[in-house]
Ligand binder design. Structure first.
Ligand SMILES: Cc1ncc(COP(=O)(O)O)c(C=O)c1O
Length: 373
């Protein structure tokens, strides 16, 4: 058997010589995330994506991509200037990333030492945990109570002098719960030694943002994705905004080519077509009301969501419901293994027709599995 290390001693030193490659301890200990993406040739109400399409103007831009264009390395800086201006920010306050996933990863890489603490509330987006644990074992989780609301008082009390990074998604995934601007700014003030990253991936379905505080609050970072309302999940593009000093460090640990040129070509067009994004958000907001009304009629409890999904309390038949819905051609996401979410299943809200199909399949599936509260 090959042992990973052997001890070599000479007169003055005892040192370990590695006889096989091992990763950092944090990498060995960190959790893995394998989203269940196989076999999604159905109505995708499982991953909170846009269920329909990006702006037709983006599709038009895609058709103009040339062979020569594909041979070039992507140029991020010009598009960053356009995106910054669109959001009323300076170019050095913005970094484009390979989705918010990469923004989280880069923030952890830029700011965390092994001894630092990261503070999150659970349940939340699992990538916070994956990226934080990549750097440090000191991930502090504040669990919501049965209400699933953000546990503001206990969260504030959990800040310590060792807290170096706080990540809060508002609206949160998988609950759809939100945190007020006042509470988020209080967190920034209570932890001046920490980066406070507010993940606004679902901003368009809620409408409140901390963008106006970017640059004014020195330790605030705000992340936005183009995977949801803009319908560009497959292009992998997100945006991180913050004061220029913080962004400078995150940029330093990013590859200059982290965002592909196709995504960079499409972003200005997607941003300019505001009408389309408002239309899509309006579809979702109307659909969410219809879904929540439908759930009340069916007797299914749920968390009142501010995002493009609703977390339903199904109970012991959660897996049966997901399987039954699949036979109706509709994918849902079982969230039962999330902390505090036993028996919960999440349904994405899309355009009108998709909500109608989702609701109809839900009604039939609940009947088929003999569901009762
Ligand atoms: C809260 C939250 N942040 C970020 C993401 C991922 O965003 P992106 O596709 O930009 O990596 C998700 C995806 O589900 C999410 O729920």
């Amino acid at each position: 058997m090959i042992s990973a290390t052997k001890i070599v001693t000479n007169k003055t030193t005892a040192r370990q010589i590695l006889t096989q490659v091992v990763p950092r301890r944090a990498v060995l200990a960190m959790p893995e995330y394998y989203p269940p993406l196989a076999g999604r040739n159905a109505l995708r109400l499982d991953f909170n994506e846009n269920t329909f399409s990006p702006s037709p103007k983006v599709l038009e831009r895609l058709r103009q991509i040339t062979a020569e264009g594909l041979t070039k390395y992507p140029e991020r800086a010009g598009v960053e200037r356009i995106a910054a201006a669109h959001f009323g920010l300076a170019a050095d306050q913005v970094l484009l990333t390979n989705g918010v996933d990469e923004a989280i990863h880069l923030v952890c890489a830029a700011f965390l030492e092994e001894i630092d603490e990261v503070l999150i509330s659970t349940p939340t987006f699992f990538m916070f945990e994956v990226s934080a644990r990549m750097m440090t074992a000191h991930l502090m989780r504040v669990q919501t109570d049965a209400s699933l609301e953000f546990p503001y008082g206990r969260f504030l009390a959990a800040i310590t002098p060792q807290t170096k990074l706080i990540i809060v998604a508002s609206p949160n995934n998988p609950t759809g719960a939100v945190v007020s601007r006042e509470h988020l700014l209080n967190l920034c003030a209570a932890a001046p030694q920490a980066v406070v990253m507010v993940d606004e991936a679902y901003y368009h379905f809620f409408g409140e943002t901390l963008f106006a505080d970017v640059g004014k609050v020195p330790n605030l970072l705000v992340a936005r994705t183009f995977s949801k309302a803009y319908g560009l999940a497959n292009l992998r593009i997100g945006l991180l905004a913050g004061n220029a000093e913080l962004i400078k460090y995150v940029r330093k640990v990013s590859s200059p080519y982290n965002v592909n040129g196709v995504a960079l070509d499409c972003l200005p067009v997607a941003l300019a077509d505001e009408e389309y994004v408002y239309w899509y958000a309006a579809q979702v907001n109307a659909g969410r009301t219809r879904m929540m009304d439908g759930l009340r009629t069916l007797g299914v409890d749920f968390f009142p969501s501010h995002a493009n999904f609703v977390l339903m309390k199904i109970g012991i038949k959660h897996a049966e419901l997901v399987a039954a819905m699949r036979t109706h051609g509709v994918l849902l996401r079982d969230r039962s293994s999330d902390p505090g979410c036993d028996g919960y299943v999440r349904i994405t809200i899309g355009v009108e027709e998709h909500v109608t199909r989702g609701l109809a399949a839900l009604k039939e599936s609940l009947q088929e599995i003999g569901w009762a509260k």
